[in-house]
Write a protein that binds this ligand. Sequence first.
Ligand SMILES: *Cc1c(COP(=O)(O)O)cnc(C)c1O
Length: 401
Amino acid sequence: MSAAGSGSLPGVLSGKLVSQVPLLDVNRGTAPLRDEILAAIARVVDSGRFLHGPEVQELERAVAEMCGVEHAIACASGSDALLLALLALEIGPGHEVIVPSFTFFATASAVTRVGARPVFADIDPRTMNIDPESVRKAITPRTRAIIPVHLFGQCAEMDALVDLARRHKLLVIEDAAQAIGAKYWGRPACSLGAIGCLSFYPTKNLGGLGDGGMLTTTDADLASRLRLYAAHGMSPRYYHKVVGINSRLDTIQAAALGVKLRHLSTWAEQRRANARRYDELLKQAGLDRIVTLPHAEPHSEHVWNQYTIRIPGGQRDATKAQLAERGVGSEVYYPVPLHLQQCFQSLGYRAGSLPETERAAAEVLSLPIFPELTADEQFTVVSRLKEVLAKPAARPASRAA
Ligand SMILES: *Cc1c(COP(=O)(O)O)cnc(C)c1O
C-alpha cells in the first residue's frame, strides 16, 4: 500500500492521497485563535474573578441571542445541564421520562439520577433521531417529559414531539449537546422546548478548553429555578430553598468560548461544505450503493457534529479497523444502545426491544468532518473506504488444496 501519492478513482473527482486523516484535530481549530484565547485568559487571570466573571454573563447573553431565547444559564457540563433541567422541572421518583436509546449515556443517566425512570423510544432509521410514533406508544400516566436528542447535529422531529407533549401535558427538554446553531424550520435548536441543554465538551461544535455546558429557556421563572439549582439551591447566601448542586462554568472557559463563538457559524458552514463533498465523493465512487449516506431533512439546518454513514451486512467493525490500518480515523457513535447497557438491565429491555436502534448501533460509522478537514483528506477517506469495501468479505479459511 502506498503511503501517499496522487490518484483518482474511476469516475471520481481526483485528489491527492495523504497518509493520515484524523477523526478530529482540535488543534487546527484552536491554533489560529491561540493568541486571542490566551489574551482573553490573561484578562481573567489578572482580574482574579475566576468564578462569576463578566465573561460568563457575556457568553450567556451571546448564546441566548444565538438560540433565540430570553435566558441562558451557564453550568459545568452538558450532563449537568440535563440534570439541572430535570431538577428545576421537579421530575423525580414515580415519574417517567421518554428518551432515545440511541444517544450518549448522559441523556438517560440524568433521568435515573433524579430518581425517575428512563423509558426508551426507538428511532427513525433515516435521521436516527427519536421517532415520534415510538414516543407516542411509550406515554403512560406517569410520563412527565420527553428528551429528544438532536443527534449528530440535526434537529429531531420537533413539531410532532411538541404536539404530543401539548396533548399529554408533557415537558420537552432538548438535548442539543451536538446541535448548537442547528435550525428546525428556521427556528434555532434550544428554542423549541421548555429547556435546551448545550455542551461545550471539546469535541462538540463549540468546544471549550475542558468541560462546560449551558441551559436555555424563554421562561423567566424557570430560568431563576435553573440558576437556583445550579447554586446549591442557595438564595440568599447560606439560605437553602431546595437541594441543588454546584455546577458553574469557570470564567476562563467562558472567556475562551466567547472567542470561539464568533467563529461558530463559519465552522458550521465548513462542516456543511464537507458533508456535501462527502456526499458527492461517495456517490461518484459508487459507494452509495454499498453504504447508506446520512439523511439531511430539507427543512432542517444540520450542523454536522458527525457525518455518519451506515455499513450493513456486519462489515462495520472490520471496515473501521481496516480504515485505521490505512491511517483513516473513524468512530462508532454508539456501539451499545442505552437500553442494552448493563446499568439499565433492571429496566427490563432485551435485545429486540428497539429494532431500529439496535440496527443503527450495529451499522453506524462516523467519518472525519471537522471544519478544517481538507479536500485531499476527504478524497483520501473515500478512496480508502472504497479499497476496504471493494475487498471481498473475510471468509473462514477454506480446506481446498
Ligand atoms: C456530549 C453529550 C452530552 C453530555 O455533555 P458533557 O458536556 O460531556 O457532559 C449529553 N448528550 C449528548 C447527546 C452529548 O453528545
